[in-house]
Design a protein around this ligand. Sequence first.
Ligand SMILES: Nc1ncnc2c1ncn2[C@@H]1O[C@H](COP(=O)(O)OP(=O)(O)O)[C@@H](O)[C@H]1O
Ligand SMILES: Cc1ncsc1CCOP(=O)(O)O
Ligand SMILES: [Mg+2]
Length: 241
Amino acid sequence: MDIMANVLLAAGASPAMVHFKEEVPEFTPKAAAVVVNVGTLNTDFLEGMLAAAEAATALSKPWVLDPIAMGGTEFRSQHILRLARMKPTLIRGNASDIMALNGAQSSSKGVDSTAKSDDALDSAKSVAAKIGSIVGITGATDWVTDGSRCMKVQNGVALMSKITATGSSVTALAAAFIAVRPDDPLLATACALCAFGVAAELASTSAQGPASLRVGLLDALHYATQDDMLALAKISAGDDH
Ligand SMILES: Nc1ncnc2c1ncn2[C@@H]1O[C@H](COP(=O)(O)OP(=O)(O)O)[C@@H](O)[C@H]1O
Ligand SMILES: Cc1ncsc1CCOP(=O)(O)O
Ligand SMILES: [Mg+2]
């Protein structure tokens, strides 16, 4: 929760972490986008998540699902599937999450992926087509698809996978970008993944390990200019690996 909220602040968005269903009716109208992150799941949080997804849908607000550790337990999988069927604007996960969401037996031990993002692209396309959501997969290469259109992002550094909640943070950043460009959530998601990756690249020049990269990533997101983004962006359309 710390890094997610700070990533949003550094990027110019305004986070609020609201869990309980009692707050959903009043709070959702104030939000430009909603993130449902199942990372630390419990039955109270789950009620809040279902209510938030319903409220966002009813208000035609973009909402984004992070299906953390899909396939990890029966309880988690059942409820992630239920949320996914509510048709989020975007589902963003790692390769193992998205392959499990497409019905594959999960081989991951928990929140980290054991598969490559390139190998999950077909699963992402299939989930996107079945559900009608945009699907983003992160990893060494990030992919975003609506089932037919695809965008590829090749920014970022491998050390990002050694900082907990970088996945959740980039999901939240994608929600903020979609709030700005609700007409093109696929493009907005690709741009969010790219911006996050570029910030990590800028930070990595002075990082000594995961802890200093984590701090530097927040600084870089805050200080990066449009010129930095345009100079370093590696973003393209299509599904060529
Ligand atoms: N090997 C890698 N090279 C470059 N960037 C990476 C690599 N692994 C992860 N990332 C980046 O780290 C962020 C989190 O992705 P990932 O680790 O796949 O998510 P999760 O934390 O959900 O498993 C994304 O921005 C992704 O692009
Ligand atoms: C360790 C852990 N346990 C539940 S959520 C979480 C963090 C997930 O990390 P990420 O957001 O990078 O997938
Ligand atoms: Mg994750």
